[in-house]
Design a protein around this ligand. Sequence first.
Ligand SMILES: Nc1ncnc2c1ncn2[C@@H]1O[C@H](COP(=O)(O)OP(=O)(O)OP(=O)(O)O)[C@@H](O)[C@H]1O
Length: 377
Amino acid sequence: MDIQIRDIYKGFGSFPALRGANLDIRSGELIALLGPSGSGKTTLLRTIAGLEFPDAGQILFGGVDTAPLPVSERRVGFVFQHYALFKHMTVLDNITFGLRVRKSKNRPDKDAIRKRALELLDLVQLSGLEKRYPAQLSGGQRQRVALARALAIEPSVLLLDEPFGALDAKVRKDLRRWLRELHDKTGVTTIFVTHDQEEALELADRVVVMNRGSIEQVGSTSDVYERPATPFVFDFLGSVNVFPGTVKDRKLSIDGANVTLDTDNDHAAGAVDIYVRPHDLRVVEEGSSGFDVTIKTVQRTGAIVRLITQLKHNKEIVEVELAHLDPQAINRKVGESIRLQPAIYGLFPRASHDSVRTLPDVDPLAVPEHRERGRLG
Ligand SMILES: Nc1ncnc2c1ncn2[C@@H]1O[C@H](COP(=O)(O)OP(=O)(O)OP(=O)(O)O)[C@@H](O)[C@H]1O
């Protein structure tokens, strides 16, 4: 079932929880809604389910406006973070609940219901546990029962709100892989909410990054990570160094440093913020264009050598990540001076705010294609 979300606004009192959300979801897609706490992920999910009513906008399932449809007619399967299993019912009764409460004309017969539940138990790899009660299951098993129950009604859309949020890291990782396989078997259009970037990037076909009630970017995992559309997305998906810079005559300079980069894009001349991920900085020879830093800390973790450095010209901290086999990573020492060059960077008009995290009002449509490879002029 494809889903179109058109210009959804939703307020709670005077608080705008959703501010014009637009999204097209293809049939069979696995979509992650990713964003910090309070960004509106759950509100959007609940609105799709029909548990909240939008103040404005439309949600279409397969081209049909869902506004007149009550929750029960949307054929939506829902799984929440906190196990919503009925404690007094066995696993089997929990799974079959949605079918048993149907009006008799839509209800399969008893044997068909039982057969379907046993098939689903097999699908979620819990065969043999049908007589147990929720209290006799682990957290991960309970969430798998909750998924089986959501699938029992043959939903056209599966909505998952932080389904693994309450579980420990190892179980969470296993269930993530398992959910992806389950989705590939069932092909049900699935939207899941998470604030865990790793979970979103690993699991989803496309990631929707939300911030303060708006959708900042929609894209494949590599789109949002490698080509962030806004300063917020850049900052939210991983570490970033921000340098004040200036664009003039298609040349970009880092303020206060001896660095000039050619810019292909038609950036308006003026003040910009240059966003560089720690692993997109490279160490260059003295005499090359770059800025000088002093190494303050060297951390070696697995395949990565992380340098915390300080800019010589303004004492700001710059984080650098080098692959451990990179010749430039070998024998780096605290107190040493090195020269850095941004290899890949993002460019945004200078923010009037100091912090990226307080930048909710950036209009993604107003930000030109900006991510480019640094070429030293
Ligand atoms: N029923 C409600 N009444 C008042 N405010 C609400 C209600 N539901 C949500 N909000 C507010 O709307 C905003 C968005 O909430 P929502 O739960 O959608 O965020 P979220 O991104 O899912 O956050 P989290 O990751 O913490 O669950 C928050 O500021 C929240 O306080």
